[in-house]
Design a protein around this ligand. Structure first.
Ligand SMILES: [Zn+2]
Length: 318
């Protein structure tokens, strides 16, 4: 299992030296003393540039997510450099989707340690890492990918929960279970009550349970609620100063979908008919709102079918 992965890693390395291209910084938004967001697009749901963040401590910088390409990683670094010259010690990855970690190599080459969940598998990499890179290069362009190599294998794996204390700052990194992907992590700053939620939260409330499950997502949302965060940075879209509203909207959507799919299964309604009321997925836009709603419905239908037949595996039922 490991060897093909290593080979794939070597095969898709696109050169070891980042090209000397101009990397204009993205705008930076302070959230609290020493805590910054690098807001991505808003109004585009999962399709826009993700949010990233960084924490400046007297002992160095902790970066949260690395964006979609080496070029965006360099732009993120330039953004950090508008605030501090301190070394980047750690990069935390909220999960292993390319839009969140394909810029990670920029930080690893600077000596940053990667903190991530060790399960790097995602649906998008089913055809292998080389195919994933090829597909993604089509999305972001070859110029953005110059200097790319995978850098999401953790130096510091987080399997359940770990607390990083750096320069007097406490950073709690937790795996909520497989909600959006198998390798989900959230980052919680208890002193400032700021939560970086990764793609467990999306601005439009329609989080995709790509490789996770509705049950785990709902459980994770409940756990997020108990934090009473002052600010939540979702994986994509507007940064919410009303975390309870965003968490609530996500929960309402997913709980309703679950109820509907459960009723369909119990009444013997086939999946195709159960999904008929939803708009069709968008061709070539796998994470558009319509596509996410459709994929979630299909996923939840199967979950409920398994549960109804008593076939659900441990951990998917709350
Ligand atoms: Zn994602």
């Amino acid at each position: 299992m490991l060897l093909p992965l290593v080979l794939a890693f070597n095969a898709v390395s696109l050169g070891s030296t980042p090209p000397p291209v101009h990397a204009p910084p993205f705008p930076v938004r302070p959230l609290a003393a020493g805590v910054y967001a690098v807001p991505g697009d808003s109004g585009r749901g999962s399709e826009g540039r993700p949010n990233a963040g960084f924490i400046v401590t007297p002992a160095g910088v902790v970066v949260i997510d690395a964006l979609a390409s080496p070029r965006d990683g360099r732009r993120l670094l330039a953004s950090i450099r508008t605030v501090t010259r301190a070394p980047v010690r750690y990069l935390v990855l909220t999960h292993h989707h390319p839009d969140h970690h394909f810029g990670a190599i920029v930080f690893r080459r600077l000596g940053a340690k990667i903190i991530a969940h060790p399960d790097t598998r995602v649906l998008a990499s089913e055809a292998g890492n080389a195919a994933l890179v090829k597909d993604w290069t089509r999305v972001v362009g070859a110029a953005a990918m110059r200097g790319f190599a995978f850098a999401d294998t953790p130096d510091i794996p987080v399997l359940l929960v770990d607390t990083l204390v750096l320069g007097g700052r406490t950073i709690v990194i937790a795996h909520p279970g497989a909600a959006h992907t198998a390798g989900d992590l959230t980052v919680w700053l208890p002193d400032d009550r700021i939560l970086f939620a990764g793609d467990l939260l999306i601005e439009d409330g329609v989080t995709m349970i790509g490789d996770g499950s509705a049950a785990v997502l709902l459980r994770a949302l409940d756990a997020m609620d108990t934090l009473h965060a002052a600010v939540v940075v979702p994986g994509h879209g507007r940064i919410s100063e009303s975390p309870a509203a965003l968490i609530g909207a996500t929960r309402t959507y997913m709980a309703r979908l679950r109820t509907e799919m459960r009723a369909a299964v119990e009444h013997g309604v086939p999946m195709k008919r159960a999904l008929a009321s939803l708009p069709p997925p968008d061709d070539d836009r796998p994470v558009s709102l319509n596509s996410r709603r459709r994929r979630n419905a299909a996923r939840v239908y199967v979950e409920e079918e398994k549960s109804y037949m008593g076939l659900d595996s441990a951990g998917t039922t709350p």
